[in-house]
Design a protein around this ligand. Structure first.
Ligand code: ADP
Ligand code: MG
Length: 246
C-alpha cells in the first residue's frame, strides 16, 4: 500500500521541556493507527504538529510528496488535507448545524453553496442527524455535537483524519454512537490517526497501535500483539491501569 504520511525524526520542545523526541512514523493509505499513552506524554502535541498547529523544532512531516509545516503559506492547504477533530467540538453557537458544516467549504474552498449543502445533508443523514440540520448546537447532546464535528471535518475531503480523544468528555452512552461513526469510517478505508483511552474500541478499529511515552514510541504492534502480548514492562503496566481485579 502507498505511504501517505511520513514523519522523520520529529522533535519538539516547549521552552526547556522536551515533548517529542526524534519521533518517526510512517502511515499507509487507508491505515488506522491508534496512539495511546499516559496523560502528558505528547499525544496531542504530536497530532497538532502533523497538521501545522504547532511549530516543529527538528525533523519533518511529509504528506505524500509535500512537506507539511514548512511555512505559513501552505498552512491552510495542509489543514484542508489533514482534518482534525478535538475533544471540544468548537461549533459556532449562533449558527445552525447545517451552517456550521457548510461554512468552511464555501468560504475556504469557494465551493458552490447548493452543492455543499447537498453533501452536508448526505453526511448528516449518514451519522443519523439529518433531523438536526436546522437546530443550534445548544439543542444537541454532546454525542450529537461530536458527530457534527466529524461531518464538519469530512466535508473538507481530508486525506488524513486526526482524532484527539474525541469521546473523552462524553457520557458513556454517547461514546458508543460517536465511535460507531469512526468504525464505519475505518471500514470505508479512511486513513486515520486516533488518540483514545477507549481500549476496546482501539482494539477493534486499529490496524496498528502505538504506545507513546516521554515523546518516544515505546512499543507498537497489531492490536492483537499490543493488547494480548505486550512486550515492554512499561506497556504491561499501562494496560493494567485499564483492567480491574477483585
Ligand atoms: P497528551 O495529549 O499526551 O496528554 P500533550 O501533548 O497535551 O500531552 O502535552 C505534552 C506535554 O507538553 C505536557 O507536559 C504539557 O504540559 C506540555 N504542553 C502542551 N502544550 C503546551 C504549551 N502550549 N505550552 C507549554 N507546554 C505545553
Ligand atoms: Mg491530549
Amino acid at each position: 500500500m502507498e505511504e501517505i504520511l511520513k514523519v522523520n525524526g520529529l522533535s519538539k520542545k516547549f521552552d526547556d521541556l522536551p515533548v517529542l523526541d526524534n519521533l518517526s512514523l510512517s502511515v499507509k493509505k487507508g491505515e488506522v493507527v491508534v496512539i495511546v499513552g499516559p496523560s502528558g506524554c505528547g499525544k496531542s502535541t504530536f497530532l497538532r504538529c502533523l497538521n501545522g498547529l504547532e511549530d516543529i523544532d527538528e525533523g519533518e512531516v511529509l504528506l505524500g510528496e509535500e512537506k507539511v509545516n514548512p511555512n505559513k503559506k501552505n498552512l491552510s492547504r495542509t489543514r484542508e488535507r489533514i482534518g482534525m477533530v478535538f475533544q471540544s467540538y468548537d461549533l459556532f453557537p449562533h449558527r445552525t448545524i447545517l451552517q456550521n458544516i457548510t461554512l468552511a467549504p464555501i468560504k475556504v474552498k469557494k465551493r458552490k453553496k447548493a452543492e455543499v449543502e447537498e453533501e452536508a445533508i448526505k453526511l448528516l443523514d449518514r451519522v443519523g442527524l439529518l433531523s438536526k440540520k436546522d437546530s443550534y448546537p445548544r439543542q444537541l447532546s454532546g454525542g450529537q455535537k461530536q458527530r457534527v464535528a466529524i461531518v464538519r471535518a469530512l466535508i473538507m475531503h481530508p486525506e488524513v483524519l486526526l482524532l484527539d480523544e474525541i469521546t473523552a468528555a462524553l457520557d458513556p452512552e454517547m461514546v458508543r454512537e460517536v465511535l460507531d461513526v469512526v468504525l464505519s469510517l475505518a471500514k470505508e478505508g479512511r486513513t486515520m490517526l486516533i488518540v483514545t483511552h477507549e481500549m476496546a474500541f482501539a482494539k477493534a478499529v486499529a490496524d496498528r497501535v502505538i504506545f507513546l511515552e516521554n515523546g518516544k514510541i515505546v512499543e507498537e504492534g497489531s492490536p492483537e500483539e499490543f493488547f494480548d502480548n505486550p512486550q515492554t514492562d512499561r506497556l504491561k503496566r499501562f494496560l493494567k491501569t485499564f483492567s480491574y481485579e477483585k
